[in-house]
Design a protein around this ligand. Structure first.
Ligand SMILES: [Zn+2]
Ligand SMILES: [Zn+2]
Length: 349
């Protein structure tokens, strides 16, 4: 086979176009051609498809996936190997890459699933049968024992949580996770794995809290009693709070529920409609640390896979991902994602 199938995004409100394109004749040094085994639909693609977030068109969307190496011009990678990869390709030379320890903010950043079809090989996204990984992308072999459905969401959702919760305050016995979606469930599981004793998880939707207990968290519906209960059960305020709700409306509660000296991590508000209703005084009188997190560095993906391998027999990660739909049904997969029936809808080419 020397061609790839892609689903081409033409712009908001327009259906995806199925297209067959040639595979590259040859790879450049450092590149790896991967056949995608399974991709999952990240919520951020819904923003792109609806027009809330801009994207160059036409392009191949999709950035969460796992696949097998078809051809490699990178030492250490051979045909047939199962791999996952970072969603960002970084230059390794600019200040963000070398001095700031923020390769995901590389000054020459390339992001899979957000690049025009005429950029490079064109195989730049995961809603396709193949993808070309560039020389500055961190690629990680996947152990055979880890199922595709567990690994596919790791290179966006899970790795972001590992980054967000890499350094915890000392002590950190209690935590609050604001948002019961996929990131919230990963956060509950990861914090418990890191030894945090009590992890409260809030969400406006009681249904979204239904799996919190299975991932080690304590479900707290965001009702009138929520703040009082968390303050009581945490002994006066949590050590750490994490925002993965995607809305600024939860921020005043997070500030109120932290103990003095606590840490607040923001990782969900990745859109402009997030003006804060907050006083500076509320932050400084409590001596809070606030940290913003966007995406992650290569090491966080490796830590995420190790975590999945260690916990896959004890936590129901497979319940987070739908049975796969065919690539040609991408429109349907996006509608299913919007319906929130599954935390991740999966697609197989
Ligand atoms: Zn994503
Ligand atoms: Zn760079």
């Amino acid at each position: 086979m020397n061609s790839a199938r892609i689903q081409l995004f033409q712009g908001p409100g327009r259906p995806f176009e199925s297209r067959t394109v040639p595979l590259p004749d040859r790879l450049h040094p450092g590149e790896i051609l991967v056949e995608i085994s399974l991709a999952t639909v990240c919520g951020s693609d819904l923003h792109t498809v609806s027009g809330r977030r801009g994207a160059p068109t036409p392009c191949v969307l999709g950035h969460e996936a796992i696949g097998r190496v078809v051809a490699s011009e990178r030492p250490g990678f051979t045909e047939g190997q199962r791999v996952t990869w970072t969603l960002a390709d970084s230059c390794g030379e600019c200040p963000a890459c070398t001095e700031w320890a923020l390769p995901q903010k590389c000054l020459r950043l390339f992001k899979y699933g957000h690049a025009a079809l005429n950029d490079g090989s064109g195989l730049n996204g995961c809603y396709a049968s193949h993808i070309v990984l560039r020389p500055g992308t961190f690629v990680l072999p996947v152990p055979d024992g880890l199922k595709d459905a567990l690994v596919a969401p790791a290179n966006c959702a899970l790795a972001t949580i590992v980054n967000a919760l890499e350094s915890l305050p000392v002590p950190c016995a209690t935590a609050l996770v604001q948002g019961g979606g996929l990131l919230g469930l990963y956060a509950c599981a990861w914090l418990r794995f890191r030894g945090v004793e009590r992890v409260f998880c809030t969400d406006l939707s009681a249904e979204r809290l239904s799996m919190v207990a299975e991932f080690g968290g304590i479900a707290m519906p965001a009702d009138a009693q929520m703040k009082k209960r968390i303050l009581e059960e945490s002994g006066g305020g949590v050590d750490l709070a994490l925002e993965v709700a995607g809305t600024a409306a939860v921020i005043p509660d997070g500030i109120a529920l932290l103990r003095p000296g606590g840490t607040y991590v923001w990782a969900g508000m990745v859109h402009p409609q997030t003006a804060l209703d907050l006083t500076g005084e509320a932050v400084l009188r409590k001596c809070l640390t606030i940290r913003g997190v966007h995406n992650y560095a290569p090491r966080h993906l490796g830590i995420g896979l190790d975590f999945l391998a260690a916990m896959q027999d004890r936590l129901p990660f497979e319940k987070l991902v739908s049975p796969p739909l065919p690539l040609a049904a991408l429109d349907e997969a996006l509608r299913l994602t919007e319906s929130r029936r599954w935390l991740r809808v999966s697609i197989t080419p």
